[in-house]
Design a protein around this ligand. Sequence first.
Ligand code: ZN
Length: 268
Amino acid sequence: MRETGSPFLYAMQSVLAILVVSAFGVGSAALAQNTGKILLGDMVGLEAQQRFSDDTLFILPFGDIEFHGPAAPFGTDNYNVGELAERVARRVDSVLLLPIMPFGITPPEIMRHAGSLTLKEDTFKAVARELLESLISHKARKFLVINGHGGNTKPLKEVCAEIEKTHTDLFLKCTFWIEYAPDKDLKDLFTVSPAGHGAAREVASALVSRPGVVDLKTIDFSNFPGRDTIWHGKPEEASKEKGEKIFELAVRNIVTMLKQNGIKVKGY
Ligand SMILES: [Zn+2]
């Protein structure tokens, strides 16, 4: 393909853009923010560079691929954490959302089910550490790590603690998403606890985050093996409406936490 724009024209356009922006007192970070993009993967050219400032919150979602019982899909933790991370990102003034890290640490009893995938703990921790270190090397200073899978929680918190020891100037919040939608606040929605692997909380959330994949009416819950060992509770009580309430609660609590930590947010 023939190159169309000349480097000189491009340079002049950049200078003009900077002059216009300066005249209205808007900085380069604000210029990039005005594009409305929130995904690091969508950044083009120098847009990413403009976002790497003290003001930007970098959101890193972590999930897993694993068997989830009769109702929740294998990608439940990725779908749910991705949905939550994006909803939170849309509430933050200056933000970049990283792609979901889709592979986590799956316990041996779940690895027995075909389709479950796992990383060794050292591998997983190295990935988390190196992603954060990459961002830090570009001068990112504010981070929200949102984890969607229980087996990742402890290793992620350990990595975050290590990073905080070597970089003392960071805001680095390492969260497990269900901490922000606690059982006590959901008890009116379900007759038994919705907590646990493949249970109603995960299924209800997946009905929102991955619509069309789960059809509760077609599942024979009473004869499906592994209840209370591999999967828990009453996933049959899940509904999209309940899933929406779970996401609304989690987003509200996370955004409130961010605001309390000095992150500029919208609508709260
Ligand atoms: Zn799960």
